[in-house]
Every structure is written in structure tokens, then in C-alpha cells.
Write a protein that binds this ligand. Structure first.
Ligand code: AMP
Ligand code: MG
Length: 486
């Protein structure tokens, strides 16, 4: 490893300095033949990184962790996790590294992090590596989420390593460069609490407050204010997942952030045919992380966060529990407030009273479920109906009489189709097209990736040539399965 020749990249080591117990200094595995697959130029710009330099041999070496700017101290982060409900005390970055913190053009700290950069002390049985397909999946889906206005970690680049990664078959390897407000997770707190080191727990909470919720420091009970802020951020985040039909797929406590950003795009996928029981992940046999279970799982994870924070909430444990229970009790109402407002917007309704809108939404979801209606295109077709053309939407429902009764009620409320089009995307990463683009990229053909990224990074503007990205799933893809990125 050598210092970067460019003086322009400055990485901080605040996490490593303030929380050494959670940071194992480590270095990325050597990559002999890095090749850039995709670079996020707008994001590079936000971070003050020169895209031309990032494309240079030295830039690529930074993007795989083989060159470390002076002053930076890459670390593997320690955290615990409840995986499918089962507690694992020591997970941590098994194949990832925090290179350090950058400051973005808004003045906010952002982590620069690598995934697939080689084994770390947390690798357990894993090889520390990642394949091209799953890293591009994270790139595409996280950038789609960002374009949909949903808080998420971002993807700066995917660099092929030229090295084979052994999975069921050998696959080309890659490293993802990821950017996040931070990589603090619910599992970071679970880990810190399990050490019984109250000073560490307090430093972690102070670090989280200072990075994400600085106003909490001014509250009467700063750590309770931190907990309230995370509950609120996650309630709002999961409501927004539900509104766009995002299925995370592996909502373990190590994959839930303190910042309220979506993180760890593994077996995730977007809902196509509407069904709350939809599960895409091949390993989620019980449907724990089904689309419709996500709010309840979020709440369960936040209870694990509360358990970890208890010693900071109050000296008296019973009072600490009471404070945590009361705060978590706000989750459902906060979730529903964001979700209800979002459904109103999706349906172009402003003024109608709740007792009219709520049953209307319930009946629509029942009809969508019954007819397995495509979750994304439906709302655009409804806007078309509001403009006077019923043909596209009528073909989607099996029980046409029931749909017509519903639409008469809805139209009587004068929905605003332009507002609907601003809220309802035309393009999401369609499972079949995403799968095709990833398998082509795995074979070395990057051509299908470009139109896919073009579609999903400007999701609200219909454009000629991208029709396939707006079309409902073909019958073969209704029972689609995703596989973990490991
Ligand atoms: P994930 O389900 O991707 O969030 O990963 C869960 C845990 O497994 C984390 O601690 C990862 O760092 C670790 N992990 C996943 N894949 C690998 C791998 N190929 N090598 C080492 N550790 C891994
Ligand atoms: Mg993870």
C-alpha cells in the first residue's frame, strides 16, 4: 500500500479515533488488474472527487483500497446482529472496510466504504470477496432508491478485480465503493452494549448524535432523544419503502442504520404483482421479511436498539424500560402518518377527509391483491384515467365491476393527475431486466446496464426507448427469487 499521489482526497478517521473498540485497522486485498465497470460522476462531484482522476490508474487503486490517502486509517467495523431473529454477537465487516470520512459539498460527513475488499478479522468462514452481479445490483438499486427520493447509502463505483470468486460457479469479482451518512447500525449498539462497557456505549451514542441528530444533544434526555429520532427516521423510511414497493429482503439488525438510510442491498427487489406476502429472497423460508411484514420487523429491530440503549436512558432500569416502551409506542402512528400521506399523494387526493380516503385505499389494495396488479404502473394508469382515458387501467383488473365502482368513488374526489405523476415513478428496477443486465455484465457485456441506469435514475420522466422498463413483469418473473450477495 502506498500513499495516494493526489493531495486532493482527504479522508478523516473520526470513527476509528472515537470508537477504537469498534474499529479494527485493516487493509484491502491487493487487486492486480482493476477495471472500472461504472462510476457515479454526479456523486463524485458532490464529494469533491474528480471523476477523471477516479478513472485513472491511481484513482482505481483508491476505489479498491490499494492506495490510501495520507492520514486515512481504513478499518473493519465491529457490530452484532439478529439474523432472521437469531442473535449473533460478533458479525462485523467480514468483507468490507471503512476507508474514512469525506466532507460533501453540503458540509456533511460521508463515509467512504468498500465492499468485497478481502477477508477481515470478521470474515468467519467467508472469502471476503464479492461478485460483479451483486455489487452492480447494489449500485443500480441504491441509485434507483436515491432517485425516488428515499434515504439510502449511495454507490460511487463498481470496479472489477479481474479475480475469480468461487460461488456455485466461479464468478468475476468486484469491489463496490459505497458512500453513507454513516455505517452505524442497530447492531453497532447491540455490540457495544454486550461489551458491558458503558463508556463505549455512551461514546457511540454521542458519536451518532453528533453525526445525525445534533439537536438531540440539547434535549433534556439526549439519549432518549436519539432513540426517538431513530424510531422516527425508520418509521418514515419503511413507510416510503412500502409506498414504492421496495422489499429489502434481509432486515437483520446489522442491516438497519441509525441514520435512517436504507443499507445493504442483498436479496432486495421491487414488488411487481401486488401481494403483501411477497418474498423474493431464496433463504427467507418463513417469509419473515415479506413485503407486508417490513413495518413490524422494523419495530422489532427498534426494540433491540432500545434494549441496547437502556443503561443510557435512565439510572433506574424500570424507568428506562418505561421510557423506551413509550417511545417505541410512537412507531406505528409515525409509520401510518407517512404512509397515509403518501397514499393520498399517490392517488392525487388532497382535500378529501380521512374517513373517505382510508376505506378507498383499503379497497384499492384489496382489488390490487385479488388481480395481482403491477404495483408501479397502476398509479400512472390511474393518472391516465383521471385525464379521461380508462383503457390502460381497466385491463389490469379481473373484477371489472368492482374496479369501476371503486374508480367512480375515486374520480368523484377530483384527483390531480399531474400531482400523481410527480409522486408515482414510471421506472423501477424491473426484476427481469435487472437480472438480464447483471448476467450480461457477469459475461463482460455492460451494454444492457446503461439504459437500465438511465431509466431508474430519472424515474418520474417517461422517455422513448425505455418502454420495457415501465412494463409489468412477464408471467415467468412473478415467482422470481433473489440470492444473497455472499
Ligand atoms: P449481509 O447479509 O451481506 O449483511 O452480511 C452479513 C455478515 O456476513 C456481515 O458480517 C458480512 O460482513 C458477512 N459476509 C457476507 N459475505 C461475506 C463474505 N463473502 N466473506 C466474509 N464475510 C461475509
Ligand atoms: Mg450487512
Amino acid at each position: 500500500m502506498s500513499p495516494a499521489s493526489t493531495p486532493s482526497v482527504v479522508l478523516g478517521d473520526r470513527f476509528a479515533r472515537e470508537l477504537p473498540e469498534l474499529a479494527r485497522p485493516w487493509q484491502a486485498e491487493r487487486v492486480d488488474d482493476p477495471r472500472l465497470l461504472v462510476l457515479n460522476e454526479p456523486l463524485a462531484g458532490e464529494l469533491g472527487l474528480d471523476p477523471d482522476w477516479l478513472r485513472s490508474p491511481q484513482g482505481l487503486r483508491l476505489l479498491v483500497g490499494n492506495v490510501v490517502p495520507a492520514g486515512a486509517r481504513p478499518v473493519a467495523q465491529a457490530y452484532a446482529g439478529h439474523q432472521f431473529g437469531g442473535y449473533t454477537p460478533r458479525l462485523g465487516d467480514g468483507r468490507a472496510l471503512l476507508l474514512g470520512e469525506l466532507t460533501d459539498d453540503g458540509g456533511f460527513p460521508r463515509d467512504l466504504h468498500l465492499k468485497g475488499s478481502g477477508r477481515t478479522p470478521f470474515a468467519r468462514g467467508g472469502d471476503g470477496l464479492a461478485a460483479v452481479g451483486p455489487m452492480l445490483r447494489e449500485y443500480v438499486v441504491s441509485e434507483a432508491m436515491h432517485a425516488l427520493g428515499i434515504p439510502t447509502t449511495r454507490s460511487l463505483a463498481v470496479v472489477a478485480t479481474g479475480r475469480a470468486v468461487q460461488r456455485e460457479t466461479p464468478l468475476p469479482g468486484a469491489v463496490l465503493a459505497r458512500v453513507a451518512g454513516s455505517h452505524l447500525r442497530v447492531g453497532s449498539f447491540v455490540f457495544a452494549r454486550a461489551t458491558d462497557d458503558l463508556d463505549l456505549l455512551r461514546r457511540l451514542a454521542d458519536h451518532a448524535i453528533s453525526r445525525h441528530y445534533p439537536y438531540a444533544a440539547e434535549a433534556d434526555r439526549p439519549y432518549l432523544a436519539l432513540y426517538e429520532a431513530v424510531v422516527h427516521a425508520q418509521a418514515a423510511l419503511i413507510a416510503r419503502w412500502m409506498l414504492v414497493g421496495f422489499v429489502h429482503g434481509v432486515m437483520n439488525t446489522d442491516n438497519m442504520t441509525i441514520s435512517g438510510e436504507t443499507i445493504d442491498y442483498g436479496p432486495c427487489a421491487f414488488l411487481e404483482a401486488y401481494d403483501p406476502a411477497t418474498v423474493y429472497s431464496s433463504i427467507d423460508h418463513q417469509g419473515r421479511y415479506a413485503y407486508g411484514n417490513q413495518p413490524a420487523v422494523g419495530e422489532w429491530n427498534l426494540a433491540r436498539l432500545a434494549e441496547s440503549l437502556l443503561p443510557l436512558l435512565h439510572d433506574d432500569e424500570q424507568q428506562a424500560v418505561a421510557l423506551a416502551v413509550e417511545t417505541l409506542g410512537g412507531f406505528r402512528g409515525q409509520y401510518l402518518a407517512v404512509w397515509n400521506a403518501g397514499m393520498r399523494t399517490k392517488l392525487g387526493l388532497y382535500a378529501a377527509p380521512d374517513d373517505v380516503v382510508t376505506p378507498l385505499v383499503e379497497e384499492l389494495l384489496r382489488l390490487m391483491h385479488q388481480s395481482q396488479v403491477d404495483h408501479t404502473s397502476l398509479y400512472r394508469d390511474l393518472a391516465t384515467l383521471a385525464r379521461g382515458d380508462a383503457a390502460p387501467v381497466r385491463s389490469r383488473f379481473l373484477d371489472l365491476a368492482a374496479f369501476e365502482a371503486w374508480s367512480a368513488r375515486w374520480l368523484s374526489l377530483s384527483p390531480d393527475p399531474d400531482a400523481m405523476d410527480r409522486a408515482n415513478p414510471v421506472y423501477i428496477p424491473r426484476n427481469e431486466l435487472l437480472e438480464q443486465a447483471l448476467s450480461a455484465a457477469t459475461q463482460g457485456d455492460l451494454a444492457p446496464l446503461a439504459p437500465l441506469l438511465d431509466a431508474v435514475t430519472r424515474p418520474f420522466e417517461p422517455r422513448p426507448g425505455l418502454e420495457a422498463h415501465a412494463a409489468p413483469a412477464s408471467a415467468d418473473f412473478v415467482h422470481y427469487q433473489t440470492f444473497c450477495g455472499t
